[in-house]
Structure formats: C-alpha cells, structure tokens
Design a binder for this molecule. Structure first.
Ligand SMILES: [Zn+2]
Ligand SMILES: [Zn+2]
Length: 346
C-alpha cells in the first residue's frame, strides 16, 4: 500500500519537476504528501522488507526533487552538502542510474543558482569514480566543462578585466584535458543529450587555437559537425516543445512557432520566453535567440534537399557552415557577456 502511494506521488513529482518545470507545484505536492503520509516518510527504511525493494530510493528521489525545487524557487542552499554526499554515495553504490539522473538535476539547479563551485566540485569527484556506467565518464566531463564555461561567463561579466588571457588559456587547456580527444561515440538522436553536443562544439571551437593550422581546421570542422548534429536533432523533434520537450498537438492553434526560424515550437508563451535568452532547463546561458539563425538556414537547406534542388542545397550547406562559425565565434552565443575565440589565443 505504502509503495503504491509513494509511486503515485513519485510520478506526480516527476511530471511537475522534469517535464513541466513547475517547481512551486513540486513543493506543494511534496508538502501534501509529507503531511498526509508522515508515517511513510518516517518509516521509509522499515517497510523495505514488506514492500518494494526500490521503495526507499523512490522516497529519497521524491525528497531530493523537493529539495531541488526549493533551491530553484527560494535559492535555499543549506542542503547542498547533504544532496552532494547523497548523490556521491549512490553513484558509488547500486543505484547508479537513478543517482546519475539526480546528479544532472542537481548540477542544473546549482548552475541556475550560480553555485558553480559546488557543481564543479561534485562533478570532479564523480569523474574519479571507478565504476561509472559506460557513457557516464563522457557526460560527466561534458557537464563539468559546461559548469566551467558558465562560471567563466559570469565572472567575466562581473569583472571583464580580471579575465586575463593567461587565465583563459589555462581554462581551455584544462577542458582540453578533461574531454578525451579520441572520444568515440555513436551518434544517436536522443533529444535530451543536445546540451552535451553543444558542450563538445564549444570545446572543439575553443581548442582550435591550441595547435598548428591543420589542428585549427580539424577542430573548427569538428565543432561545425557537432552544431549540425544539434540542428538535426532539433529539426527531427521540431514538433516537440523546445523547452519542456513535450510533443505538440500539430492540429492545435495554441502551438507557438518561432517566427524567425519557423523550426522551433513551444507548448505555450511561457516556454517560448524561457528559451529565448537562456536555456534554464539545462542551466546554461545559451538561449534560442542565438541558435535561431543557425536553425533558420538549416530549415532552408533541408527544404532544398526535399525539393531536389541540388544547386540551392549546396549553397545552403555552405551558408549553414558559415552560420555555425558565426554562432560559435559570436561569444558562443552570448553577445555581451561572453568571451570570443580571440580571448583564448595564447
Ligand atoms: Zn513546453
Ligand atoms: Zn527561431
């Protein structure tokens, strides 16, 4: 009985936190659960044998999402050390997968709260774990890189002079070492992984200054491939809301489509606004505003391909590549708070 109740509330919290991003609602639902079922909250571990083996973890997941919602809405940060050690412990134990998802959520919440040092500390520790699941070392490295970049952007914005070239150079060298150069990964269309490909594109573009001419060509080329991958994934899921990733009902008149690129749609005005200046979902400061031109050219390119217009197709492919470089060089998408590739020249 208790397990069923927990499962029901657990999925309610999941929908509100992960899908709808409605953090106030998460807090409300959890408070309702905690007051109605105080005995369950207090006796979690005790019911383990009688009920479901995953029960304590489910309960813990609920509490963690509640804590994360508090961080996002009230910027209440006192529970960060507890959350960090919980996730670190679980990543080292049997609940690796679930802990990995919670880790992603915690890191996002920390970035949104500009608690970059906490995010970096957690990710660095996790990178040292010996038993990470196959994909995890890459994702943790990419995520760590995003945290470094976000911290850098904020620091530079607060005090542009302090970001010396030597510091920038050491940042790039550091991230150059984190992400394995020969990382081989089968491309897949998993819509949720776009932020990692964005990290790779930025990493590759930043590192293009670290070698000779051939190195530069290779790394810029690689960066373009990653951006193209993101554009393809977004194009493939263009009937899903860009913010919450829920599938839109194409017959619905309420569906909002970006006027410029006509390739991104939203379930509502709130989600369109949310993705314009920054992508709060991934806790990064890169919004649709800067990606929109890339997507627009990509759409025209895809339409030419569909119509079998080869000349136009080739022309659009070239234009797309130029647009990718502009996107990467334009402070990696941050017009006035950003760094540029030249900041990183040695
Ligand atoms: Zn949405
Ligand atoms: Zn657009």
């Amino acid at each position: 009985m208790a397990a069923k109740t927990v499962k029901r509330y657990r999925s309610l919290l999941f929908i509100e936190y992960v899908l709808r991003k409605n953090y106030d609602q998460v807090i409300e639902i959890y408070n309702e659960f905690a007051s109605k079922y105080a005995h369950i909250v207090n006796l979690g571990a005790h019911i383990l044998e009688k009920e479901n083996i995953h029960f304590p973890m489910e309960l813990k997941m609920m509490q963690v999402h509640y804590e994360l919602a508090l961080i996002r809405t009230t910027k209440k940060l006192c529970n960060i050390p507890t959350l960090k050690s919980f996730i670190y412990r679980e990543m080292n134990a049997e609940h690796t997968q679930k802990a990995a998802i919670l880790k992603i959520h915690l890191v996002e919440a920390l970035r949104v709260s500009k608690e970059y040092d906490h995010a970096i500390d957690l990710e660095r520790k996790l990178l040292c774990l010996p038993n990470l699941v196959e994909i995890e070392p890459f994702e943790t490295a990419a995520s760590l890189f995003i945290s470094y970049l976000e911290r850098y952007r904020v620091e530079k914005h607060q005090s542009p002079q302090s970001a010396s070239k030597a510091n920038n150079y050491s940042l790039v060298k550091r991230v150059f070492d984190i992400i394995p150069v020969e990382y081989k990964r089968t491309f897949n269309d998993d819509n949720l992984k776009q932020d990692f490909f964005l990290a790779l594109a930025q990493w590759s573009f930043l590192c293009h200054k670290l070698g000779d001419e051939q190195h530069a060509l290779d790394y810029v080329q690689r960066a373009i491939i990653w951006v193209e991958f993101i554009a393809r994934a977004k194009w493939k899921f263009r009937d899903h809301c860009f913010t919450c990733r829920q599938k839109s009902n194409t017959s619905s008149k309420l569906q909002l489509v970006c006027r410029d690129c006509r390739a991104s749609c939203y379930c509502g005005i709130d989600h369109q606004r949310e993705s314009w200046m920054k992508n709060e979902v991934q806790g990064t400061r890169l919004g649709h505003k800067v990606f929109c031109p890339v997507l627009k050219v990509f759409r025209i390119w895809m339409e030419a391909e569909e119509n079998g217009d080869e000349e136009r197709e080739a022309k659009m492919e070239r234009r797309f590549k130029r647009e990718c470089i502009a996107f990467l060089a334009y402070g990696l998408g941050l017009k006035d708070k950003c760094f540029e590739a030249k900041d990183f020249a040695s």
